[in-house]
Design a protein around this ligand. Structure first.
Ligand SMILES: [Zn+2]
Length: 411
């Protein structure tokens, strides 16, 4: 056992004692041994499903006294049922520390404009903690609010010489489009900018390269959720390093009964090793991921995580399985890449809606051929308008984008 494994085992033992203070786990684990469970036999313990959390209610997984709580967060899924999480002061500090491992390497010279929404969602606060811990300054320019429309954010970026922009990938794309509409060139007219950090939406390599080209700076991705906080951050070599002292990640088959082969796509089960407020054991979050060990050029070893999307967005045509990642990679390999896109699942194939300010460069025939040959399913294409560019330049807050509309669900 190496030092990291020993430390993980110790943290797991501590967490196992702590987690029994929550009503959910007091019941769930009542028939399991109270101690001497090792991380290596974690598979003998039950999974925690989203349904378990919903049934247990927002206090169900609270494992500390309410007086310890510093912040409450929730995200509303498509079912309308919130996913809740409780954070102590220490949880917020640890969350900030995890983001500091990101390849962006914030310093006290940086001024970070945070475009993540500040209402209820978590990333804005973790990014803010990461900035403060490195001495960087913060410009809180929340998305989804009438206080900071796109032109105002762009003006702040210019006037304040913002060096790092942090937000949802779609927001970063819309800011570039708003800059263009306002007569500037995002790749040239923000000379102080040196990096972008994104989280909260799926981002494959092709989309990352597209955003890097738009702004002419490196883009760093982060993977996590409201319930777990941030799990993995991207280094300067593009590897998504898992915070191994804070999380134990299993990759399981569809019903969660066993592990998939190492490096294969499967369903994530996340155990939080550090979280105090609302720790989770084997949380089956319905995300499709793969985990592979790596020895990265940045000097770190450990595991690289790839996120392929949520299982509810997975589309099947016979033997062909398409995750959001597969569809997104195909979309962003188009030239030009779209400013916005949406795909609708149909009985016979996929219908793509594509919007670009330079859509003249696309031929419908060619786009259809490229998408269908990459995805191996019948494709129809509609070149249309998805972004209201008048609203983008006025004071209308953006709404959560829908990229995949399945036949079976209403999103
Ligand atoms: Zn690395």
């Amino acid at each position: 056992m190496n030092d990291i494994d020993r430390e993980r085992e110790r943290k797991f033992q501590e967490m196992y004692v702590r987690i029994l203070k929550s009503p959910l786990y007091k019941t769930k684990l009542s028939e399991h041994a109270l101690n001497s469970i090792k991380l290596s036999n974690i598979q003998t313990l039950p999974l925690t499903t989203k349904e378990d959390l919903r049934k247990a209610g927002i206090f169900g997984h609270l494992a500390v006294d309410m007086k310890e709580i510093a912040q409450y967060h929730e995200s509303t899924g498509t079912t309308g049922e919130p996913s809740a999480a409780w954070f102590t002061q220490k949880d917020l500090l640890v969350g900030g520390r995890q983001l500091k491992e990101c390849g962006v390497r914030l310093t006290s010279e940086d001024l970070v404009l945070i475009r993540f929404p500040y209402a209820m969602a978590l990333p804005a606060f973790l990014m803010q903690h990461a900035a403060w811990q490195t001495g960087a300054g913060v410009v809180p320019a929340s998305g989804r609010t009438i206080v900071t429309p796109y032109p105002r954010v762009l003006s702040l970026m210019k006037r304040l010489s913002v060096t790092v922009l942090a937000g949802l990938p779609r927001e970063i794309e819309l800011l570039a489009e708003a800059a263009r509409l306002g007569g500037s060139e995002p790749s040239k007219d923000f000379p102080a900018m040196r990096a972008i950090c994104v989280a909260g939406e799926l981002m494959g390599d092709k989309r990352r390269k597209h955003i890097e080209k738009l702004w002419n700076v490196p883009v760093f991705n982060m993977y996590g959720s409201t319930e777990t906080a941030n799990i993995a951050t991207m280094c300067e070599y593009g590897t998504m390093h898992i915070s191994e002292l804070d999380f134990f990640i299993e990759v399981l088959n569809e019903d969660g009964s066993s592990s998939v082969a190492y490096g294969e796509r499967g369903f994530a089960a996340i155990t939080t090793l550090s979280h105090q407020g609302s720790p989770l054991l084997r949380y089956f979050n319905e995300d499709i991921v793969s985990v592979e060990s790596c020895s990265c050029d940045c000097g770190r070893t450990g595991a690289n995580l790839v996120h392929y999307g949520r299982s509810k967005d997975r589309i099947r045509f016979g033997d062909i399985i398409l995750d959001v990642m597969d569809i997104q990679e195909a979309v962003y390999s188009l030239s030009p890449a779209p400013d916005a896109w949406k795909v609708i699942e149909q009985e016979e194939g996929l219908h793509f809606l594509l919007d670009s300010h330079c859509s003249r460069k696309w031929s419908e025939e060619n786009v259809r051929f490229r998408l269908s040959s990459q995805l191996q399913v019948p494709v129809s294409v509609e070149i249309t308008t998805l972004v209201d560019r008048v609203e983008l330049m006025s004071n209308v807050p953006s709404v959560k984008p829908v990229y995949i509309k399945k036949r079976s669900n209403d999103t």
